[in-house]
Design a protein around this ligand. Structure first.
Ligand code: DP6
Length: 375
């Protein structure tokens, strides 16, 4: 007698960045953050979880390779928290007079998790992965809890994962409680709100492996005085402005806030000691290209943002997407033919060799986790 669920969850890309923890084991952030959930047509994690009373232990496979569950504190925390909610739910069902309550909270699990995007692409998968894991477990356990409540569990797997519980535009409210009970994700607008918005993911080739975000954040919190300015004076106001920009579908405001926040996040990394570098020459040339492209109009036409690596995500509107894709292909992917838009100074951006951008993924705003199969 086994019970099984399969679900998928999306990737999210922050436009107000999470960087810094006030509690390392609970993943409580030093500032609120805000992200756009990307369509699952292009990028998603998929997880199948089976609960069976005959399983002798809980096992986990990531992209087909078995991992040691006992070695991952984050996975164990998520399982422990979901089991706690399940056993509360079982007790409630029993109190309500349900005689046949399955004690799923006591069964061991077999978990299979995979991503539909190549790991070679170097795209972070922990956000969609943990969101998918927690969502699938919640489905398996038939938990009555809200997505925001589930986001509290996903947050403990990976901070940014809490935002992948929702589609559309999502804020992670930092909260003030020491136990993290108010540090959760909330939806600002759903995936239908701004259909013209396009995300172009530029997978940038990179030889060296950058310092991971968990470790990087700790160095920043310990050593950067600029971080204090960012979390106290800048982000609170910027969060309000970003929510308004999104609600008003004001691309001009959205674009400037997005670029400024990415820049400040990387400035805070540089202000850490020893300094942390995530951008490379190609990343910086992409910034130049977007700057030059924006200078061809009195309104912003595109906005770049970078996470803890050299890959760029460029937000733009549908009307500009083809033109921008042409420019990226011309400058970073070895394509000659593309026309240059009027006003764009062709020599303002250095031309890089073919393969400098290895892959260009064009996508839109997408929905939250989905159940795809019942067992
Ligand atoms: C730069 O969520 O990966 O992408 O909580 O330690 O797992 P942990 O960190 P993680 O950090 C993401 C940092 C970022 C900005 C963001 O997504 O907001």
């Amino acid at each position: 007698d086994y019970y099984e669920k399969t679900c998928t969850a999306p990737v999210n890309i922050a436009v107000i960045k999470y960087w810094g923890k006030r509690d390392v084991s609970l993943n409580l952030p030093t500032n609120s953050s805000l992200s756009v959930t990307l369509s699952q047509d292009n990028l998603q994690s998929k997880t199948t979880i089976r609960a069976d009373p005959s399983f002798s232990k809980t096992r986990l496979w990531l992209n087909g390779v078995e991992e040691d569950v006992s070695a991952s504190k984050r996975i164990q925390t998520c399982i422990k928290e979901a089991r706690r909610l399940r056993s509360l739910y079982e007790q409630q069902l029993l109190r309500d007079g349900n005689s046949e309550v399955v004690p799923l909270s006591e069964y061991n699990l077999h978990i299979c998790s995979e991503n539909n995007f190549p790991t070679a692409a170097g795209l972070a998968s922990s956000a969609s992965g943990f969101a998918c894991f927690v969502y699938t477990l919640a489905q398996l356990y038939s938990l009555p809890n809200s997505l925001s409540e589930l986001s509290i569990i996903a947050r403990q797997g990976s901070g940014s994962a809490c935002r992948s519980l929702f589609g559309g535009f999502v804020a992670w409210e930092m909260g003030v409680n020491n136990d993290g009970s108010d540090s959760m994700a909330v939806q600002i607008a759903d995936e239908h709100h701004w259909p013209e918005l396009i995300a172009l993911i530029c997978v940038v080739s990179d030889a060296k492996k950058a310092i991971g975000s968990t470790v990087g954040m700790q160095v920043t919190v310990k050593t950067s005085s600029l971080l204090k300015e960012r979390i106290e004076c800048v982000v609170p106001k910027r969060m309000e402005e970003m929510v308004k920009a999104i609600k008003d579908k004001d691309f001009d405001a959205f674009a400037e806030l997005t670029m400024r926040d990415s820049n400040q996040f990387h400035a805070v990394c540089l202000d850490s000691f020893p300094p942390i570098f995530y951008l490379n020459d190609i990343s910086r040339a992409i910034i130049r290209l977007v700057e030059e492209y924006n200078s061809t109009s009195c309104n912003y036409k595109a906005a770049y943002t970078f996470d803890a690596g050299p890959n760029a995500v460029i937000y733009t509107l549908r009307e500009n997407a083809d033109e921008l894709v042409g420019l990226i292909k011309r400058y970073f992917m070895g394509e000659e033919r593309e026309q240059i838009p009027s006003g764009f100074r062709a020599d303002a951006v250095p031309i890089f060799e073919e393969g400098s951008v290895k892959q260009l993924i064009r996508t839109t705003v997408g929905d939250g986790p989905r159940v795809i199969e019942d067992g």
